[in-house]
Write a protein that binds this ligand. Structure first.
Ligand code: HEM
Length: 180
C-alpha cells in the first residue's frame, strides 16, 4: 500500500502512545524502512506487519487496531490532508455512502498505482443502507468497520453496523448494514 497508509499508522501510534512505543513497535515488526514516503507504493506485508506489531505491543486484537485505524484515517488523515475530497463526497452520511463506489476514482488520480477497494451500495432506505465491500486483499473488514464508524462521527450521526455477509463464512465479499 502507498506510504501514506503506513505513515498514518505511525502517526496514530505516536499521538496515542508516544514515540518510544512507536520505536519499539517498529523494531518488533521487523520492518526495515527508515521512513515512509506518502506517494510511494510499499509491499502490503509491511502494513500488515505494522498493524500486527501494534496489536501485540498494546495487547489488542488486530481487529481492534484496524477499527481504531479506520476511524483515525477518516477523522485525522482524511480530514486534515484531504478535507476537500471528503467534503466533495457528500453533504451528509447517506449521500457520502451512496457516492462511495466512485470515491477512490479520484484518489487514483493522485496515486496511480493504487489497488483500490470496490464498494457497492444497495437496499437504500430512509435511515439505512447496505455497503458491499470487495477487495483483492484479505483481512481488512474491521478497517472498513472503523472507516464507517469514522464517517458517522464526521457527519455527526450515531451509526450502527451489522455484518450481513462475511468472506470468513464463505461469501465472496463483506456486506455491512449501516443504520443511523
Ligand atoms: C480520505 C480520503 C481517502 C484517501 C486519501 C484514501 C486513500 C487510500 C489509499 C492510498 C489506500 C491504499 C491502497 C493502495 O495503496 O493500493 C486506500 C485503501 C483503502 N481505502 Fe481509501 N482513501 C480515503 C477514504 C476512504 C473511505 C471513505 C473509505 C471507505 C469507507 C476507504 C476505504 C478503503 C479501504 C477498505 C482500503 C483498503 C484496500 C483494500 O481493501 O484492498 N477509503 N485508500
Amino acid at each position: 500500500m502507498y506510504g501514506i497508509v503506513n505513515k498514518a499508522i505511525e502517526s496514530l501510534v505516536i499521538e496515542s502512545f508516544g514515540i518510544d512505543k512507536w520505536d519499539k513497535i517498529k523494531e518488533a515488526s521487523g520492518v526495515e524502512v527508515d521512513f515512509f514516503i506518502s506517494n510511494e507504493p510499499y509491499d502490503d506485508d509491511i502494513t500488515y506487519a505494522l498493524a500486527t506489531a501494534v496489536a501485540k505491543e498494546m495487547q489488542l486484537s488486530v481487529g481492534d487496531v484496524l477499527i481504531a485505524f479506520g476511524e483515525y484515517w477518516i477523522l485525522k488523515t482524511g480530514k486534515e490532508k484531504y478535507g476537500n475530497l471528503l467534503e466533495a463526497g457528500g453533504n451528509n452520511l447517506k449521500e457520502f455512502l451512496i457516492n462511495l463506489p466512485a470515491f477512490h476514482n479520484r484518489i487514483m488520480l493522485m496515486y496511480p498505482k493504487l489497488t483500490p477497494p470496490e464498494f457497492k451500495v444497495s437496499d437504500i432506505e430512509e435511515n439505512s443502507l447496505y455497503v458491499h465491500y470487495f477487495s483483492k486483499r484479505a483481512g481488512l473488514k474491521e478497517f472498513v468497520r472503523g472507516l464507517l464508524l469514522g464517517l458517522g462521527k464526521l457527519y455527526k450521526k450515531e451509526v450502527q453496523l451489522e455484518l450481513i455477509t462475511d468472506r470468513d463464512n464463505g461469501n465472496h465479499h463483506e456486506t455491512f448494514k449501516v443504520s443511523w
